[in-house]
Ligand binder design. Structure first.
Ligand code: NG1
Ligand code: ZN
Length: 531
């Protein structure tokens, strides 16, 4: 067919280096940008097939998130804005790894297996982060879409969650919102202003926030939105990309892993600050106290704040909706303890990776999910949204219940339910703190984190480590778990686990214990056991 001739011709302009093998991991493909041109072209092809198959718009985001500037990556977005299904992750790996001369056969295989009607229309949305390599790589994606006869829309520079949002808006015929960046800003800022109006006593000091943009796309996008928020929130943006390097000694991942402030930010004592990661789907908060002590409020503290707020509103509204918090093994033990035993909410633990948390959260009326690193959001079931809306619109609802229902309704609107979103999460957190009249110090004091440490260990083959129980225990290699158990017993309130990273060629080690010295010593010992 002429169509396949075109694919072949175009593919030869995006040749695969022979022998290169890459894997579609937790966050799509991710490696040095120089190795990705053929992958991008082929993901353009695959997204087009996926679009034909689902008869819906599919997204392709070019980013390597918190990884170094030299890296890049690509991730497919399914019709409701969620991660692509596991079978298609497998196709992505097969197609990306097929040698140049086998590429067409690999493509035809997928078409056959999925019985794809090639005359079906296809539509693909493409977005990219601010990396130097992203422009040409996203062009390769667009070339792939065109080669197989798909239509594409290039959103250019957007955050990852913005592209997820566009895909969802497009496929729900505007019910979720308008599929434009302006539509996104308007929906979120309107919901924010409505929420903030419930905090009339908020002082100018409380309305100020420092944002570390990780020298990435988030800084650009907050700047575009700033004017819509300024009556209720004044933002000082640092690390906006004009001077520093992307993710270098700044951003949410740096702050979380290093447990210290980013460089490039001017922080006054006690001032509320937050950091985004390189594609603005993660956020963490922090402040420095009068003793120069750094305090981190990570994804666990965020989940606690949001779920407490929602639970209180549900009680005030008299709505019987089941709320749960979904975490991973990296959640601080103190947070799990507080959520289960003090707040008495259901807590679930899943494997690392947003798709696992997202799926678990979908099982509840309201599912709050956050990774400790600050990636997370809130999901509302359709039934929950309807009940909230009914109550908010019912003329017989008394004032207190109506206020709670309206706050819930605006929370639904401010949250990006497709994926974790630093901007949307930031606005919700800012609104909650304002409404509750809570300082960042009071939020921090809800519970005290157990001291913890995260390390990476380079090994020959990280895949020899196999885990179970939501990655909290190692099944192989033999003896590893027993060794960890023995080491953990040496320390008070200690816990540790190891797992192969899904995004880097390393094994991650996590420990927590009663003191930082113990957590650090245990992390060191467990690292040695991994070798
Ligand atoms: P890996 O590399 O599998 O640990 C990291 C994060 C995940 C998730 C993905 C995708 C940690 C410990 N791991 O995965 O939570 O965010 O990247 O970006 O933070
Ligand atoms: Zn990210």
């Amino acid at each position: 067919m002429a169509q396949f001739q075109e694919v072949l011709k175009q593919s030869s302009l995006h040749p695969k280096p022979a022998g290169l093998v890459l894997q579609y991991g937790t966050a799509g493909f991710r490696t040095n940008a120089k190795q990705l041109d053929h992958v991008m072209f082929r993901m353009g092809l695959l997204a087009t097939l996926r679009s034909k198959k689902t008869k819906a718009t599919i997204g392709v985001m070019v980013t390597a998130s918190h990884n170094p500037e030299e890296d890049n990556g690509v991730k497919l977005i399914d019709p409701m804005g969620e991660m692509v299904t596991p079978a298609w992750e497998g196709y992505a790996t097969q197609l990306a790894n097929a040698e140049q001369e086998d590429m067409l056969t690999a493509l035809k295989d997928i078409i056959e297996k999925e019985t794809i009607n090639m005359s079906q229309e296809a539509n693909v949305f493409v977005g990219r982060d601010t990396r130097c390599s992203s422009l040409s790589l996203s062009q390769a994606v667009l070339d792939g879409v065109t080669a197989v006869g798909g239509h594409s829309k290039d959103y250019g520079l957007v955050t990852t969650p913005q592209l997820h949002y566009m895909v969802c808006c497009q496929n729900t015929e505007g019910k979720y919102g308008e599929a434009t960046v302006e539509g996104y800003y308007n929906k979120l800022s309107q919901a924010f202003i409505r929420l903030a109006k419930n905090a009339p006593n908020c002082t100018d000091d409380q309305k100020h926030l420092c944002v570390d943009g990780a020298n990435g796309i988030g800084a650009l996008k907050v700047r575009e939105m700033e004017s819509l928020l300024k009556t209720e929130l004044q933002i000082s943006i640092f690390n906006d990309g004009t001077k520093g390097k992307l993710n270098y000694q700044c951003g949410a991942d740096f702050v979380k892993v290093q447990q210290k402030p980013p460089t490039g930010i001017l922080m006054n004592t006690g001032e509320r600050c937050c950091s985004f990661d390189g594609d603005a789907d993660r956020i963490v908060y922090y402040y420095v106290d009068s003793e120069e002590q750094f305090h981190l409020l990570d994804g666990d503290k965020i989940a606690t704040l949001i779920s407490t707020f929602l639970k209180e509103l549900l009680t005030q509204a008299g709505l019987d909706l089941k709320i749960a918090v979904v975490q991973t093994a990296y959640a601080n033990g103190s947070s799990t303890d507080y959520l289960e035993n003090t707040m008495k909410v259901i807590v679930r633990c899943t494997k690392t990776g947003v798709k696992h948390l997202h799926h678990a959260a979908q099982e509840f009326d309201i599912g709050v999910y956050f990774e400790a690193n600050g990636h997370g959001t809130v999901l509302f079931s359709k039934a929950a949204e309807q009940k909230i809306q009914q109550l908010a619109n019912d003329p017989n609802t008394d004032d207190e219940r109506k206020r709670a229902a309206l706050l819930l309704q605006n929370t639904v609107n401010i949250i990006n339910q497709t994926v974790g979103d630093a901007i949307s999460d930031m606005l919700l957190i800012e609104a909650i703190l304002a409404i509750k009249g809570m300082t960042v110090q009071q939020w921090d004091a809800i519970y005290t984190d157990l001291p913890n440490r995260q390390l990476k260990v380079k090994v020959l083959d990280r895949r020899v480590i196999d885990t179970t129980d939501a990655e909290r225990r190692a099944l192989s290699p033999p003896g590893l778990q027993e060794a960890i158990d023995t080491l953990v017993k040496k320390y008070r309130k200690a816990r540790s686990f190891v797992r192969p990273s899904g995004t880097e060629d390393v094994v991650r080690v996590y420990t927590e214990a009663e003191t930082q010295e113990s957590a650090d010593a245990l992390a060191h010992e467990v690292s040695l056991a991994v070798y």
